[in-house]
Design a protein around this ligand. Structure first.
Ligand code: DGL
Length: 264
């Protein structure tokens, strides 16, 4: 493992491509190995034990590809970070999201959070934001259907519209929120759709802060990649076409996309 070893990024599906996109923009010399567990998503409706088992398998896979560190791009997985077995340094997206809230929200403010059921239920964001000590509280709502729709039916505009409203309306109707954390990696993919319905909301994408934290960490540790041949490889346990619709919305251009069949 050396400076030019890749950054590993993992997610339950296509969502973490938003983190890969942020890393590509901010750190254009870094190689990336991405894994999306499309065959098993959605994670957000699974048990804690199952999420840990599946996440550890992805971590093991990425470590086998010689990554120098791992970005946990999935909020649902990041919520269980302390239970994961990761042998390389990692940055979780919930800590990044909380740090972003700490920069953007004022003391005592109420901020909205949309995430998966698993993330909302375990209160990982409430704890992380609470530890900022700014008296910021969250109004949260989970969607059990949106991540899967984004993963496999991104072109279905009317279904997206219906499910976005179902998830965000209860938060907005509280009348107390002007900022909304996109606490599921899939949600920044439909950022434009959300902004069209709720133009008054300031959207917080934790992946942007996660990429900044990565940059700071690499420069502090002297581990940043040296300019040279950079590679972006995407792996999925789903069909090889799985990333197509999402990639059309992002700037990231992979060199290779490969389907992996898990051996259970
Ligand atoms: N990518 C996951 C997250 O950020 C959610 C999608 C899923 O339910 O698998 O929480």
């Amino acid at each position: 493992m050396d400076n030019n070893s890749p950054i590993g990024i993992l997610d339950s599906g296509v969502g973490g491509l938003t983190a890969a996109d942020c890393v590509s923009r901010l750190l254009p010399d870094e190689s990336i190995v991405y894994f999306g567990d499309g065959a098993n998503m959605p994670y957000g409706n699974k048990s804690r034990e199952e999420i840990i088992r599946l996440a550890n398998r992805m971590i093991y896979y990425l470590e086998g590809r010689g990554v120098k560190m791992i970005l946990l791009a999935c909020n649902t997985i990041s919520s269980l970070k302390s239970s994961l077995s990761c042998g390389v340094p990692s940055i979780d997206i919930v800590s990044a999201g909380a740090a972003a809230v700490g920069q953007i929200a004022g003391a005592g403010e109420t901020v909205g959070l949309i995430a998966t059921k698993a993330t909302v239920d375990c209160k990982a964001y409430d704890k992380a934001v609470g530890s900022l000590g700014k008296g910021i509280t969250l109004i949260s709502n989970a969607s059990t259907s949106l991540p899967k729709i984004i993963d496999s039916q991104l072109e279905n505009a009317s279904l997206l519209d219906e499910k976005i409203r179902e998830c965000i309306d209860p938060i907005v109707l509280s009348g107390r929120v002007t900022k909304l954390i996109l606490g599921c990696s899939h949600f920044p993919i439909i950022r434009e759709e959300i902004s069209l319905i709720y133009p008054e909301l300031e959207l917080i994408d934790p992946a942007e802060m996660q990429a900044k934290m990565l940059k700071d960490y690499l420069s502090k540790e002297g581990k940043a990649a040296l300019p040279g041949k950079r590679e972006v490889k995407l792996y999925t346990s789903g069909p090889p076409t799985e990333f197509d619709a999402t990639l059309r919305r992002l700037a990231i251009a992979p060199d290779d996309i490969e389907s992996v069949v898990w051996e259970d």
